[in-house]
Design a protein around this ligand. Structure first.
Ligand SMILES: Cc1cc2nc3c(=O)[nH]c(=O)nc-3n(C[C@H](O)[C@H](O)[C@H](O)COP(=O)(O)O)c2cc1C
Ligand code: SF4
Length: 637
């Protein structure tokens, strides 16, 4: 099974047991001085144990002014080396190899910590960060080159098997190479040869310092997607120079802060950069291994990329945030137990909000040292889980794994709760993997599920459980507006699930994510849609990162958005707001939010059966909260 994926490979002198790579991904798990924390070590050890061949540890700043995130790893001083040794030893114990990515954030850095200016080849700000950079002098360029070499030496001393130079994603090395950000007139700018000089001098300095036998990998944005930015023609040619300068492997990625496209979402194709990797592989005549990342989510696809010779190694980043055991499960015939990444970018938006990464539906991510699922409970309990949405499913699954006697009750004939409607809008279909994964785990753990069962107090008293988990979710709220009872007024949930059909001209009341995603679905069905939001802005329930990507998609459609408008009346053919009205309308869709289903709480409070309430039944939120609370409800009891 997956014989291409599990074939050994060498990067220079480094032998790697398979083709699977965990690419660099900042976690924010380190200490604020850049030293590794126990949490950081445990996170990486779990992935090494889970079978990946090579871990490339997150971008490590070579000087503090080049730092991007508050709790990112550092490699700017010798005091960090003992921690690095601890990390590399733990990873090596499981037969995985480990490299460190060396980076300088350039104009995309966050200099809050250092109090310095951001730096760049030229005084052109990154359109996202917007800070005006200080253009580096030649002397400063030389200092940074030395800092990269010092950092590489520390990495080697710290037990790493290789280093990767971060030449991608719009950071400093990329900025020098790109005509979009490098407008210098000296020997580091202008011609192609001059723009290549800084990254190539870093390659040379690093190689000289670490020696012939220590592999240096280079990560490149194969395309920048900017009007005057780098194209695959430029970058594949640059890769030839990298190989001539002794780079031992190329890691193909794409994009920058300015263009996005660093981390694809569900609206991108799978394997976004696979074809570019293939072009680079051909251009460098297969002289060194080429690896590629981005939306390679399954072992089948990973195996196929290698089998077809498109790349030599696959970097499965978020797939490994989502499931540390991805490779082990694939190799040992447990493919169906892989918790598949949704490309939802919850992890990335956490990082961009300045907090630690987490996975939307894997509560273990980042908590590897706190939980041990292999340890069964000493006090087996009888647990009734009421509600088969993601939170209830997770609670039942973890309860059973810990050896409790769990029964799950679901009032409909399907598992998934409100998530089922959420998977129906464009680009959300991959969310169904949450339900599929948890259903598989319920089945494998032989958890009895009572469908079409509305649990009552009589039921609970008859069963006399030791614990009841109330995971009854939430229901759509119907606003008290005159005319809301008309037949042409329907719930967003019913539209998404195909239970109700709407006419050509549709008004959606509510511009949160449900309203906007419903609008997107109807727009795709060629309806004319107006969304009315009473707040100042739409999508206020999403993080800034997720909001930006959905809002930019919506801005390219015919959907009309009205904000700061309150609907006061619905008529047969019109919707009346305070200041205006929309006429000739066929249907109204209600998407004003949800309210908790907490029916049993009051009654349970009166009797002596312990219970806990999780997920939307506490307060309507998202899958992340529901699954996390489901996990916690049964893990530690
Ligand atoms: C939370 C997070 C942090 C990341 N940090 C880095 C980084 O430090 N260096 C880097 O080169 N890429 C970084 N990336 C990009 C990933 O390495 C990878 O290219 C991207 O996630 C696409 O691959 P995937 O679809 O397999 O996740 C990060 C991605 C995520 C999700
Ligand atoms: S948060 Fe979403 S994108 Fe990130 S690893 Fe988890 S499922 Fe994948």
């Amino acid at each position: 099974m997956y014989e291409n994926l599990f074939k050994a490979i060498s990067i220079g002198t480094l032998q790697i047991k398979n083709r699977g790579v965990m690419p660099a991904m900042v976690t924010n798990f380190c200490n604020s001085d850049g030293s590794v924390s126990d949490r950081f070590v445990a996170y990486h050890e779990a992935r090494a144990k889970g079978g990946v061949g090579l871990i490339i540890v997150e971008a490590a700043y070579v000087n503090r002014g080049g730092k991007g995130f508050a709790n990112q790893i550092g490699i700017d001083n010798d005091a960090l080396i003992p921690g690095l040794k601890r990390l590399t030893a733990k990873v090596h114990r499981h037969g995985a190899k480990i490299a460190l990515q060396l980076y300088h954030g350039g104009r995309q850095a966050n200099t809050q910590d250092s109090g310095t200016e951001v730096v760049a080849p030229s005084a052109i700000p990154c359109p996202v960060i917007q800070a005006m950079p200080h253009p580096l002098s030649v002397e400063e360029i030389k200092d940074i080159e030395k800092e990269f070499a010092d950092a590489a030496e520390r990495a080697k001393e710290g037990g790493f098997d290789a280093v990767e130079l971060h030449g991608a994603h719009g950071y400093l090395l990329n900025e020098f190479l790109s005509p979009n950000s490098n407008r210098r007139m000296d020997k580091y700018g202008g011609t192609l040869e001059n723009r290549r000089r800084f990254p190539l001098e870093i390659v040379d300095a690093v190689r000289l310092r670490v020696g012939e036998d220590f592999p240096v990998i280079y990560r490149i944005s194969s395309e920048e997607f900017l009007t005057d930015g780098l194209t695959i023609v430029d970058t594949s040619d640059f890769c030839k120079a990298l190989v001539e300068h002794g780079v031992a492997a190329i890691n193909v990625s794409g994009g920058s802060y300015a263009s996005g496209k660093i981390i694809s979402g569900p609206d991108d194709i799978l394997g976004v950069y696979v074809d570019n990797a293939s072009i680079i592989k051909e251009t460098i005549q297969n002289k060194v291994p080429v690896m590629v990342a981005n939306r390679i989510k399954t072992p089948e696809f990973a195996d196929d990329i290698i089998g077809r010779g498109k790349a030599d190694m696959v970097a499965t980043g978020r797939a490994l945030i989502c499931d540390a055991d991805f490779y082990h499960k694939a190799k040992t015939g447990h493919r169906d137990e892989i918790r598949g990444c949704l490309s939802c970018n919850h992890c990335m938006s956490a990082l961009m909000s300045g907090i630690c990464i987490s996975c939307k539906y894997n509560p273990l991510t980042g908590h590897e040292s706190e939980y041990d699922l292999a340890l069964p409970t000493l006090t087996r309990k009888k647990i009734m889980v009421v509600g088969g949405g993601p939170g209830g499913m997770e609670a039942a699954f973890i309860g059973a794994v810990k050896n409790h006697a769990v029964t799950l009750y679901e009032k409909t004939d399907r598992l998934g709760g409100n998530l089922l409607a959420g998977t129906k809008s464009p680009y959300k279909s991959e969310m169904i993997e949450v339900v599929e994964y948890l259903s598989t785990m319920l089945k494998k753990n032989r958890i009895p599920i009572n469908f079409n069962t509305e649990v009552t107090m009589e039921h609970i008293l008859r069963e006399a459980p030791d614990l009841v988990i109330l995971a009854m979710g939430s229901s759509p709220t119907i606003p008290k507006i005159p005319g809301i009872g008309y037949d042409h007024v329907v719930l967003a949930e019913d539209v998404l699930l195909g239970r109700k059909v709407v006419g050509k001209n549709v008004v959606i009341i509510g511009g949160g994510s449900v309203g906007i995603e419903t609008a997107e679905l109807l727009n795709a069905q060629d309806k004319d849609v107006v969304v009315i939001e009473m707040g100042k802005d739409i999508l206020s329930d999403l993080s800034p990162t997720l909001k930006t990507s959905l809002a930019s998609r919506i801005s390219q459609t015919r959907i009309q958005i009205l904000v700061d408008q309150k609907v006061i009346k619905v008529r047969k053919r019109s919707v009346v707001m305070k200041k205006e009205r929309i006429k000739n309308m066929d249907s109204v869709v209600v998407a004003v939010g949800y309210h908790s289903n907490n029916g049993l709480i009051k009654e349970l409070e009166k009797i002596n059966i312990p219970f806990s309430v999780i997920g939307d039944a506490v307060n309507p939120r998202n899958i992340f909260d529901a699954v996390k609370e489901g996990f916690q409800a049964t893990y530690g009891i």
